[in-house]
Design a protein around this ligand. Structure first.
Ligand code: GLA
Length: 341
């Protein structure tokens, strides 16, 4: 029997990638340090049909469509959210196009990694074969290309590799990950400061450069001690390095305290982390400082800190259930997933 003519198989696809909140360990990923982010249940979904040689996506959250032909080569042509989609396509080299829709229940640009979640969902929808580290790296490169911000790998890696019910202890020196259960009797609440973050602002790149300068003086910050840091002459570089070296230690202590069911110790470490991000790393704002001070005085709150890059965005709070009334209560979600029909 002869085979019927192929009508060109049309595949429907649905890809979801979560956003994240970082419990502790900020501005450490790009130094080979430690961080403990957790994926949240909010995220980005891409649904559509694969086929043809163009990408045509609309969004329920943002204006404009992402429309371009494959393959993507040369400088990116699009602006806005479409630029991220185009950058992902440049890295994925998809075999076929995609027509569909992007929906999200993440607040956009608020510090919950809406762009990483968009990148990972689009990469999967476009057919990235998915070894987790490759997928995260492709999306990190897309972020660099689209935004110009030299971000680390944390947001994309946790969106890809998260495990339901757990935060992810990530070691950015060897890129190993260890899930750490988040006890169900602890509430994680994320509260937006109302200050829009301009991550693309040069401040992030400047902080990253300072850390590289510090490492050129005293070696990899992951292995450096506070004594090594004290030997740095420049007070600004010294302060930046002090944050990173201290933060790595706090991440490990936090992971231990979480596993040991000691939320009070976790909270204490969060307050230390915030102080270090504010005083030594200078990425807080008066509003974030005031929120952390107010929240940490509430009964039932173990601790609070700015989360993510800073310069506005969100505060993460660890509390007894019901202690905090505002914000988003988030639970640790599993990582990105895709179904193809
Ligand atoms: C942003 C970046 C991450 C990380 C954090 C700060 O979210 O995308 O790579 O550097 O800031 O911890």
């Amino acid at each position: 029997m002869s085979r019927p003519h192929s009508l060109g198989r049309i595949e429907t696809v649905r890809a979801f990638a979560p956003g994240r909140v970082n419990l502790i360990g900020d501005h450490t990923d790009y130094t080979g340090g430690l961080a403990l982010p957790m994926a949240v249940e909010m995220g980005t979904t891409v649904t559509g049909r694969r086929g043809g040689r163009s990408v045509v996506l609309s969004s329920d959250a943002l204006p404009g469509d992402a429309v371009f032909d494959l393959p993507v080569s040369g400088p990116l042509q699009l602006d806005g959210w479409g630029r991220y989609v185009e950058a992902v396509a440049a890295g994925v080299h998809p075999e076929s196009g995609l027509t569909g829709r992007v929906t999200t229940d993440l607040p956009i640009g608020a510090g919950l990694s809406s762009s990483a979640s968009l990148e990972v969902a689009v990469a999967l929808a476009l057919g990235h074969p998915g070894p987790p580290l490759d997928l995260a790296r492709t999306c990190q490169e897309a972020e660099h290309m689209a935004s110009g911000v030299p971000c680390g790998l944390m947001d994309q890696l946790v969106s890809v590799a998260a495990v339901e019910g757990q935060a992810l202890l990530i070691d950015f020196t060897d890129l190993s990950v260890r899930p750490v259960p988040v006890p169900p009797d602890i509430e994680v609440v994320v509260i937006h400061s109302g200050e829009e973050r301009r991550l693309a602002a040069s401040a992030y790149a400047e902080r990253r450069r300072s850390c590289e300068e510090a490492a050129a003086l005293i070696g990899p910050l992951r292995r450096a001690t506070l004594d090594d840091v004290d030997g740095i002459a420049d007070p600004v570089i010294r302060a930046r390095a002090r944050h990173v070296v201290g933060e790595n230690t706090r991440v490990l202590s936090f992971a231990e305290a979480l596993a040991a069911g000691d939320p009070a110790e976790c909270g204490r470490l969060m307050l230390e982390s915030h102080r270090s991000l504010s005083v030594d790393f200078s990425v807080s704002t008066p509003r974030l400082d005031a929120m952390v001070a107010d929240l940490s005085g509430l009964p039932g709150v173990y601790g609070a800190r700015l989360t993510g890059a800073g310069f506005g965005g969100c505060v993460v709070v660890l509390a007894r259930p019901g202690a905090v009334w505002e914000g988003w209560r988030v639970r640790p979600s599993g990582g990105a997933r895709v179904t193809v029909g």
